[in-house]
Design a protein around this ligand. Sequence first.
Ligand SMILES: [Zn+2]
Length: 387
Amino acid sequence: MESSSPATVSKLPSPTPRGATSGARPVKLKFTGSDRFIHELRKRVDAYFEKTGRPRRDCPQMYFKTATILAWFVAAYVLLMFVATSWWLVLPLAIVLGLSMAAIGFNIQHDGAHRAYSDRQWINKMMALTLDLMGGSSYLWDWKHNTIHHTYPNVDGYDDDINIGFLGRLSPQQRHFWFHRLQGIYLWVLYGFLAIKWHLVDDFYNIATGRIGGHKIRRPRGKDLVVFVAGKAVFFSLAFLIPMLLHPWWAVLSVYALAAFVSGIVLSVVFQLAHCVPQAQFPVPAPTTGGWARMQTEWAVHQVQTTVDFARRNPVLRWFLGGLNFQVEHHLFSRICHIHYPALSKVVEETCREFGVKYSEHRTFFGAIASHFQWLVRMGRPVPAGV
Ligand SMILES: [Zn+2]
């Protein structure tokens, strides 16, 4: 079995829904319906790998890509530390550094964290740890992204990725504030602060409260705690302490702010384009008498209905985004290396057509950007949202 599966639900304590369901008691969420669609998909994907003989993980291209991206990151860092002295060199290098950080996240860390990089778990772990090097916690990512987001995409109160608090309204079930009318403009800027908030606030807050959004999480203990603390120490040393030995503090903070802003905006926008667009659905679970809530579809159909691909034929984005413009395939087969997604997308699209499941994509990156803007404007209007 090569997909994310509803089995991951068992890792979660019952979440406390927010948004429209705010105040409700914690309820478990289950997907219903037959598993015919995912069984057929798995059969066809298995057939693809048998026919081509390609490995699902440990792909030589990935090792080469990893070396290239890490070299890009190290080169930008070293040039900023030891070579660039004038602002007209420092500024573009800080942007290049920010882009390399995003590339590490999209390609290396994301595959490693999903155990899609290698069949050897220690290699996956090493790749996932690149997040700690860049200021985020791989331990919390496993909860927030792999478990919470991948199990419940676009379900308000469950998927923490569509919860940005009162600052923005991303789903029709969320509360509307008057200033959301302007979110189509100001959220693009706020996206840039995602990485800074993540580095300096979110991880510490989540550990302190033992929660991510409405979900209780286990705080890191033992080895996980050592990695969390060591990761933060390494990041703060690389980002602030060591550079401040050679450069004035204001220059170091400025370079950090610019690089983190660039990586923050790129990471946020790319993730938003897959789920927060009018073509994606935001299904609402139905309560049951058994004290749990049910989704109307099987898990795999839910993944397709709530996710949208973009720019599938753009070779630059295919390389840079680590398969995150193929999020339909990623949500269905997150344990397969992203190198395979372009080929798998044909299999998935065809199977969706046969099963009457709507497969959505934006042909271009700018089409997807326009769609996200449209969604923000629509959600910025007072309720009812008329989705
Ligand atoms: Zn993922």
